[in-house]
Design a protein around this ligand. Sequence first.
Ligand code: SAH
Length: 355
Amino acid sequence: MSAAPLLEHLRGLIRTNGPLTVERYMEIALWHPSRGYYATHTPVGADGDFITAPEISQVFGELIGLWLADMWQRAGTPDPVILCELGPGNGTLMADLLRATAVVPQFRRALRVHLIEASPALRTAQSRALAEAAPTWHDSLTTLPPGHLLLVANEFLDALPIQQFERRADGWHERRVGLDAGDALTFVCDPATTAEAMPDWPIGSVVERRPAAHTIARDLGERLTTQGGAALLIDYGYFPPAPGETLQAVSRHRRHDPLRDPGRADLTAHVDFADFAAAATAAGAQVWGPVTQAHFLKALGIDIRARRLTAGKSAQQQAQIESGCRRLLDETQMGTLFKVLALTGDAASPPAGFD
Ligand code: SAH
């Protein structure tokens, strides 16, 4: 479907109510039920708009499966266990990690799979990929059944809407999306200064906030502290906190102007790991990392796992496996920009990959 109707819809909203916050703009561009990005596109995969670690190499999900089995053993092998994934995309990470847990059958039997997914089309894809695991879907963490929780999320937080604030001589102003003289979408500044507590960055700085990630960090922190468990969050982002605007649009594996063609490109922004960690800590959770994705995967033995996988394969398959792993680890690709954060309910020894 053409994205033009969504642009018309946004223009109408702006003409009636004034410029939209960046947060609201992202929500509509991504999630408008018939014309938003997720309603009209296949986001992940070679024939989608962007590619993610589980789609690059099965080794990624397999190592995470082993990490989870280790956390389960450290917790004293609870049964049952709620295994939850936030934003499972095509279901590839979950399928790979479940396959890897077959080496610990008691763990595999204890797992009850729950998925948090907002896109109806992706729920359908997940039900196909994960039929054997008989998952249950949810809109948010709040409806998960009680009990010991193991949670994973890869490239989920970056998809949650952000707010942007700009520091001017008279203070911080929220950035909004308005219309220019030619009726094109453009960034404007709220004339009033914001009532939010803001950091002391220099004039001209832009700072991003992500209220939805805060809510998740808090809910997760509270739940892990009271009911036990661990969470592993992998995403691209920054640590320590820094000013700077990171909103980006990607379509067919290429960067776009985030205000051009709303609904046609995926919109994401870097994750502020310090902010997420602080919200989880305030809720009582123990925070580990973030460490870089390269550090984490190497510590879990990606080299050995890749070697085992290449054994007996054709030269072409071997080259494919090796280039996939390089992409996950390489500093100029995903190795450093992507980071891994773990949360646990108690302050036991550091999880694998975080010592
Ligand atoms: N984890 C997958 C997909 C990443 S894309 C992978 O690594 O390949 C982001 C995923 O999060 C998609 O499944 C998207 O539909 C889902 N998502 C984004 N925002 C969401 C929200 N607010 N609630 C539930 N799911 C959401």
